[in-house]
Design a protein around this ligand. Structure first.
Ligand SMILES: Cc1ncc(COP(=O)(O)O)c(C=O)c1O
Length: 337
């Protein structure tokens, strides 16, 4: 019999989907022939109530995953020759989308695996259209804190729009994590993107959202036909927002999982980056990262070589359930012995 795969390569929530969302999907599957009408605004309204800080449904835009919201932002803002600035290593999509829209990619390196805001500021020019900040940063798991971020935004020229990708914000423990809705409310030229793919376990439903200033969001919204996602996805996302037990369990799995992994990696003598996200990244590996990933795959363990994020020297392990992590640690031990 083929052994089951241990999927720790794509930062999926291995607890599974929110059970409340699942129930709604089962009960509403017979509505799939209908286009959504009111559901987009209904979900936006529920999200705005959760976000607070004066963010209303008009400040929100829902997309086919947060990657789709990011796509719409680039599509509406980047013209050929515009500069798009972001630190590297970071999430791969910023580079790909800028390329598609014939923007000019400008990168600055990280400093000790953290985003260096001073360096970013120094790289801003008259042509800078967008800045991407992934917070927590994928694949390093490090965060920018509220105060430095606000100071950075205050120093930026007005023509620069900052996209803060908060795909992993729900897993952050640091109390100084930016209150990003407050930054939007305070007038900074920012769009914040978030997702139902991680905490709510709905990666394959494809629901994400962004919020920012009314005029900016109106411009981004102009790329849409009717809606980016379907009626059942909206309904399931609304149900997931009320599923407190699943939220708590997902967060607990992640925090306990990170701590368990640190402890076991220490025992294996492996170096890693402490993370505020749904993954931990291994550095200073005793074998080539691609080889480690390939060896792991032979044992049915999927982990990610971070070369796709311009970090060729590392390997990222997603946080799973305790049993997934125990198996992963045993396999790593076997490969590295
Ligand atoms: C940093 C970051 N942003 C955005 C996304 C896209 O998520 P989705 O399109 O599923 O909302 C991901 C997915 O892994 C991610 O890691």
């Amino acid at each position: 019999m083929e052994q089951e795969l241990i999927r720790l390569g794509s930062n999926e929530n291995l607890l599974g989907p929110s059970p409340k969302a699942l129930e709604v999907i089962k009960n509403n599957a017979d509505q799939l022939h209908i286009y959504p009408v009111e559901e987009d605004w209904q979900l936006a309204e529920k999200l705005s109530a959760k976000i607070g800080a004066g963010i209303t449904k008009e400040h929100l835009l829902i997309g086919n995953g947060s990657a789709d919201v990011i796509r719409m932002i680039v599509q509406t803002h980047v013209m050929p020759g515009d500069e798009v600035l972001f630190p590297l290593p970071s999430f791969a999509i910023y580079k790909r989308l800028t390329h598609v829209h014939r923007g000019v990619i400008v990168n600055v390196p990280l400093k000790d695996h953290h985003i260096d805001l001073e360096l970013l500021l120094g790289a801003v020019t008259e042509k800078t259209k967008l800045i991407f900040l992934c917070n927590p940063n994928n694949p390093t798991g490090k965060i920018i804190k509220h105060e430095p971020l606000e100071q950075f935004l205050k120093k930026l020229p007005e023509h620069v729009l900052v996209v803060i990708d908060e795909a992993y914000c729900d897993f952050v423990e640091d109390p100084d994590f930016p209150r990003s809705a407050e930054l939007v409310a305070n007038g900074h030229n920012v769009i914040v993107t978030r997702t139902f793919s991680k905490l709510y376990g709905l990666a394959s439903l494809r629901v994400g959202y962004g919020f920012g200033h009314l005029e900016t969001m109106e411009r981004v919204r102009s790329t849409r036909h009717v809606s980016e996602t379907g009626i059942v996805a909206y309904q399931a996302a609304m149900a997931a927002l009320t599923d407190e037990a699943h939220e708590v369990n997902s967060l607990e799995m992640t925090i306990n999982g990170r701590n368990y992994l640190y402890q076991e990696l220490d025992k294996l003598g492996l170096n890693y980056l402490k993370s505020e996200a749904l993954f931990v990244t291994l550095i200073d590996l005793p074998m080539p990262p691609a080889q480690l990933v390939a060896e792991a795959r032979k044992h049915n363990l999927i982990i990610r070589h971070t070369d796709v994020f311009d970090m060729p020297e590392a390997v990222r392990i997603s946080i799973g359930r305790q049993e997934d992590l125990e198996k992963a640690v045993a396999i790593l031990g076997q490969i590295l012995k």
